[in-house]
Ligand binder design. Structure first.
Ligand SMILES: [Zn+2]
Length: 457
C-alpha cells in the first residue's frame, strides 16, 4: 500500500515548509516538491498541516483504581486517541506489592493485545523494590520497557520511600532507563485529608484543598535532589503547580537533566471548577489537582521557554455515574482521573498556537518530538522524515469543533471541556502507512497497533 499526500504544509519540531510526502508501506519514503510517483491513494492536503502523529506518554487505559477501573480500555481509548491525532501512547503497567515486574508487564501486554488501534509502549510502575526487582529492571530495559514510574504519593498503595527511590535512580544510571516521578508528598497529604474528613469536609473541592501546591513543590525538589545525588536524569510527570515549576527551572538553570511534563487540564481548567454546584466538582478530581487560574500563564511560559518539555494527558477517565459517585459523601473515595486522550492536540493548538503562546514548531515538539526523544522513540516516531514511521496527522487549522461528550469517542459520561469551542482539528490520521481516521471517520482496526520496544537514553 502506498500513499501520496500532496500540497500540505509539513511541520516538524524544526521546520515548516510546503511539500509532498510519499509513503511506501509503513514508512515515509520520500519528501519533495511536486512528487508524481504512482500511489495506491493520493490525498489532497492543500490548506492543511502535516504533523508527526501525536505521542501521549501518560495514559491509563483499563487501569484498576479504588475498587473500579478506568472507563476506556485499549480499544476505546486508542480509537479516541486516533480521532484526536495521537498515534502513539505510552501507558503504565503496575507492579503490585509482592509481584514481579515481568508479571505486571505480561498483564498489561495482554490488556493491549488485539485491542490497541495505535502503537503503544509501557512505563513500569514499581511499588515494591527488592534486590530481585532491581535486577528485573535491567531485563525490562532490554525488552524495550525503558522507563519506570515511582510514586512519592499514595502511602501504603503506591508510595516508595526515599531509600528505594534512590536505589531505583542509581539502577537507571547503569541500565540506561529513565525514572518518571509522581511528585507529591503523600504523607503530608494523608494527614491533611484525615483532618478535613474529621471536620466533616467531604465535598469534592477538599480534594484540592488537601493537596497543596507546596506538597508538590517539595516532592519535585526532593525528586530532583535524589536524581542529582544518583547522577541521572529525572522526569516529573503531570506537573501542575507554579511552585513545582520553579524547582524544575532552578535545577535546569544549574544544568541538571531535570525534565517535566504538564497536561491540558492544568492549562485550561483551574481550581474554580471544583466550586461548580452539587457534586460537579468530582469531574475534576485528579492528582495533582487543578490549581489557581494564574498558574495557567506560568505553565505556558514554562512550555515556551523549555522548562517544561512535554504535554501529555494523564488520561484516566471515570464516569460520574457509579464511579465518581463512589465518593459522593467522601471526596477521598472519588476515583482520581479525567478523560483527555482525544482532546489534547486541538486544545493545545487552539489555546497555544492560535493565541501566540507557543510557535507551531514548539507545538510539534511538545506533543510529539520531545516525548519521542525523551522516551526512546525518535526518529522512528516524532518527526516527518524519510525512513520514519508514516504516522502523520493531516490537520485542518480552520476547522471549528465544539468539544462535547455527545461527539467525542472516549467511553465516559462527561467531558471536562463540555461546550468549549476550538479552532483546529484532525482531518485524516495515518498510522504506519494505514489511514486510520479518514475525514473524521475511524477506518482503522482494534489490534492494528503494535508494541514499541523503546531504546535507552
Ligand atoms: Zn497518571
Amino acid at each position: 500500500m502506498s500513499l501520496l499526500i500532496k500540497g500540505g504544509v509539513i511541520v516538524t519540531a524544526s521546520d515548516i515548509y510546503q511539500g509532498d510526502v510519499f509513503v511506501d508501506g509503513e514508512r515515509i519514503s520520500a519528501i519533495g516538491i511536486d512528487l508524481d510517483m504512482p500511489a495506491d491513494r493520493v490525498i489532497d492536503a492543500a490548506g492543511k498541516y502535516l504533523f508527526p502523529g501525536g505521542i501521549d506518554v501518560h495514559t491509563h487505559l483499563d487501569m484498576p483504581f479504588g475498587g473500579t477501573k478506568s472507563a476506556d480500555d485499549f480499544e476505546s481509548g486508542t480509537i479516541a486517541a486516533a480521532h484526536g491525532g495521537t498515534t502513539t501512547i505510552v501507558d503504565f503497567a503496575i507492579q503490585y506489592k509482592g509481584q514481579t515486574l515481568h508479571h505486571a508487564w505480561e498483564t498489561w501486554m495482554q490488556k493491549a493485545d488485539g485491542k490497541a488501534a495505535i502503537d503503544y509502549g509501557f512505563h513500569m510502575i514499581i511499588t515494591d523494590l527488592s534486590d530481585q526487582v532491581e535486577q528485573e529492571m535491567d531485563a525490562l530495559v532490554r525488552q524495550g520497557v525503558t522507563s519506570f514510574k515511582l510514586f512519592m504519593a499514595y502511602p501504603g498503595v503506591f508510595m516508595l520511600d526515599d531509600a528505594s527511590i534512590l536505589r531505583a535512580l542509581l539502577r537507571t544510571g547503569k541500565n540506561g532507563g529513565t525514572i518518571c516521578m509522581h511528585a507529591e508528598n503523600g504523607g503530608v497529604i494523608d494527614v491533611l485529608v484525615q483532618k478535613a474528613l474529621a471536620q466533616g469536609k467531604t465535598a469534592p473541592k477538599y480534594h484540592a484543598l488537601t493537596r497543596p501546591a507546596r506538597a508538590e513543590a517539595e516532592a519535585t525538589h526532593r525528586a530532583i535532589a535524589l536524581a542529582e545525588i544518583a547522577d541521572v536524569p529525572v522526569y516529573i510527570v503531570h506537573l501542575s503547580a507554579a511552585e513545582a515549576l520553579e524547582m524544575v527551572t532552578e535545577a535546569r538553570d544549574r544544568g541538571l537533566p531535570a525534565f517535566a511534563e504538564t497536561c491540558p487540564q492544568y492549562l485550561f481548567l483551574s481550581y474554580d471548577n471544583y466550586e461548580e454546584p452539587g457534586f460537579e466538582g468530582a469531574k475534576y478530581v485528579m492528582s495533582p489537582p487543578l490549581r489557581a487560574r494564574e498558574t495557567q500563564e506560568q505553565l505556558w511560559r514554562g512550555l515556551a521557554f523549555n522548562d517544561l518539555q512535554v504535554i501529555s494527558t494523564d488520561h484516566c477517565p471515570f464516569c460520574m455515574k457509579e464511579q465518581k459517585e463512589l465518593g459522593s459523601s467522601d471526596f477521598s473515595k472519588i476515583p482520581n482521573g479525567a478523560p483527555g486522550i482525544e482532546t489534547r492536540m486541538s486544545l493545545v493548538y487552539d489555546g497555544g498556537v492560535r493565541t501566540g503562546r507557543i510557535s507551531l514548531n514548539r507545538f510539534v515538539e511538545l506533543t510529539s518530538a520531545s516525548p519521542a526523544r525523551i522516551f526512546g522513540l525518535f526518529p522512528k516516531k516524532g518527526t516527518i522524515a524519510p525512513g520514519s514511521d508514516a504516522d502523520i496527522v493531516i490537520f485542518d487549522p480552520e476547522k471549528r469543533v465544539t468539544l462535547s461528550v455527545k461527539t467525542l469517542h472516549m467511553q465516559v459520561d462527561y467531558n471536562p471541556y463540555e461546550g468549549r469551542e476550538v479552532t483546529g482539528a484532525t482531518d485524516t490520521v495515518i498510522s504506519r502507512g494505514r489511514v486510520i481516521v479518514d475525514a473524521g471517520k475511524f477506518t482503522g482496526r482494534a489490534g492494528g497497533g503494535a508494541f514499541l520496544r523503546r531504546s535507552t537514553r
